[in-house]
Design a protein around this ligand. Sequence first.
Ligand SMILES: Nc1ncnc2c1ncn2[C@@H]1O[C@H](COP(=O)(O)OP(=O)(O)OP(=O)(O)O)[C@@H](O)[C@H]1O
Ligand SMILES: [Mg+2]
Length: 332
Amino acid sequence: MTTEERVPVLRVEHLTKLFPVKKTKLRERQKYVHAVEDVSFEVYEGETLGIVGESGSGKSTLARTILALTKPTGGKVFFQGQEITGFHCRNRKQLRSQLQMIFQDPYASLNPKMKVGPAIAEPMLAHGLAKNQEEAKKNVEELLRTIGLQPEVYDRYPHEFSGGQRQRIGIARALATQPQLLFCDESVSALDVSVQAQILNLFNTLKKQRDLTYIFIGHDLAVVRYISDRILVMYLGKVMEIVPYDQLMSPHSHPYTQALISAVPEPTTAPRKDRILLTGDVPSPVDPPKGCRFCQRCFKAQPVCFQQEPEMIQVGPDHYVRCHFAKEVAQP
Ligand SMILES: Nc1ncnc2c1ncn2[C@@H]1O[C@H](COP(=O)(O)OP(=O)(O)OP(=O)(O)O)[C@@H](O)[C@H]1O
Ligand SMILES: [Mg+2]
């Protein structure tokens, strides 16, 4: 399918979120944490867009700003072609049900005093997806089966479950409102590897069964690429690259992405010879570098990178890179 034929479920335009930094001196100039800056992308129906970047690169803030859990400083968000920026629209409640988020720590999103079944039934009833308690219970039991838990867990409390099971319950709760777009923010990073694999497979199965579109956020490229059709790479609040899964290893990729890829262990015991080591720390998001955000740590950096910020350019089909040395392809 070409880009023109695909239907964007979500379109984000120049989204920016700055957090003011508390002043320490009276006459000090107001400073901001540049958590998300000028981020634009689209997500198409039925695809999984992975968002990857180091800790503090702005992934969660981006998701929270799209979902109106925090107010954007600038930019626009469109869902199914309609502007929903900050959810300042009449169908706010409906949007809440269609866009759902699964958090890193499912324990934090589940009320410890509430039994699992009623906790999943609650959003179903609130959004009118079940007529009464009885119907809600029936739906919840079915949902529990879908996610690989016995319906008997209905009357148990969250603390009685393991991390992997709790994550499944968090997924069931997010699915309760029959969302179209599901944000998974570090949804598997707290789990051990075998449970991670089970949950990732569950995401894949649910996607096929329910026509879901995912935004899958993580700091570990090895995990994110496993599930994603396209990957958006963030660095210090900016998008550095948007790349289809099968182009990740392309020589046209951003040097930062290349470094992330080279850090992914290969299924061999021998250490990688071509590993690109990232030196230096991530600069402060309060004072991001003047030129390219990545210039101070880039193995390809030239004087221009410290002076001028590169534009995002197209380097292949569906493949965009923000680097002075990326080679633009001619548009058909
Ligand atoms: N409420 C807030 N007030 C001030 N600064 C914030 C707030 N939330 C996030 N930030 C800052 O914004 C930047 C981006 O944070 P964010 O949590 O979005 O990163 P992340 O990519 O999700 O990181 P992680 O991988 O650790 O979850 C960080 O510098 C963070 O300190
Ligand atoms: Mg985060």
